[in-house]
Design a binder for this molecule. Sequence first.
Ligand SMILES: Cc1ncc(COP(=O)(O)O)c(C=O)c1O
Length: 433
Amino acid sequence: VGQGLLTPILAESGLARRHDGTLALGEVALSHIADAVGTPTFVYDAAGIRMRYRTLTDALASLPARICYAVKANGNLAVLRLLADLGAGADIVSGGELLRALTAGFPPERIVFSGVGKSDEELLAALAAGIGCINVESISELQRLVALTELHQADAVVGLRINPDVVAGAHPYITTGKGGLKFGVPADQVASCLALLDEAPRLRLGSLAMHLGSQLLDPAPFERGVDRLIDALAQVREAGFAPDTLDLGGGFGVRYRDEKPPTIEEWIAPVRARLAESGCMVQVEPGRYLVANAGVLLTRVLHRKHSGGREIAIVDAGLNDLLRPALYGAWHAIVPVEAPEGAEGPVDVVGPVCESGDFLALERSLPPVRSGQLLAVLGAGAYGFTMSSNYNARARAAEVLVDGGRWAVVRPRERLADLFRGEVRDPFGPEAP
Ligand SMILES: Cc1ncc(COP(=O)(O)O)c(C=O)c1O
């Protein structure tokens, strides 16, 4: 993908080159943000998130439907607040995400708690908050929830996340709907879960759920998954239960490079009639779809070097800021923020972290890159900041939200002193606390 072919990805990211050649998000020049806030910095586009949310609601308009945004994709409070204000619910996977979602302003009844390993503390926090649904993923977890609700005399709505045993063709690390993986209740254990629920007057089975994986690009396995969910609905109705929601999970893929992800309409059209006939509320849990291409990571080139016949640009964002290339071999478009000049050539764009796997792009065709130059890494709005770490004692990046002509820092860059706050330097000596 040469720079010329990036035009659709730029447009999808809300980016445009101004008459002077510099890159702007909405009406704000990215160089202006970098000068004011420094780099590396994640910049999110409120208009892009709103636009995708609207596309999603339009595609689901003919069904009774609820959108629960997967907080794990981007949990910044400003992003969460924006989606809560649009009417979204939240899909959470930890007590930390529960606190984020509540703090951002999601009404508890619009929160669904997914995840294979919820601790007692997390389950109790969810019960105390009175969230809409706790999706259980194993018999053991259901037993735990029965015990906790009895002990604390609390009622809860539960979802059964079924493992539909469907291969969705996603990267192995983000495939979740296949048999033998840790996710969901296998079909042959649903009856045991129903037997447990029969004896648990404090729990109401409100939903049947699935989630096939992330960055899905093929609607066919999704359709098979929905079929399995509808089969399971017949089974639980036969057993006397009346769940009111079918939760189809998230995973709707996006374009990072030259993928051709189905539109939301293309995901939903093949299953619309079956979903409508089910009589259930349809719930989806998109994360990446809503935010991936509504975010860029701004990074500055620190040094150039030539080694072993390769051109290398060392930038100030590393795998601790954006893990996806190192973890999944993910491809992110990289574009110069100032007007590109000169013939393109292959360059490795690498970070400062002491790991050979610390790269943002290898042998990427880029216009000549010089020290001090600003680059934008596209598609960084999902699983960017949320997967970032302090590895190599690096402070986590700043986050900025752009809305049309306005912009604001929505999380300042971490300070170095934040890195060891709470650590004890001399636990057994004279400085002991
Ligand atoms: C249960 C569940 N729902 C939703 C999502 C969101 O996935 P995505 O960001 O690909 O839409 C995930 C991601 O792993 C998940 O595990």
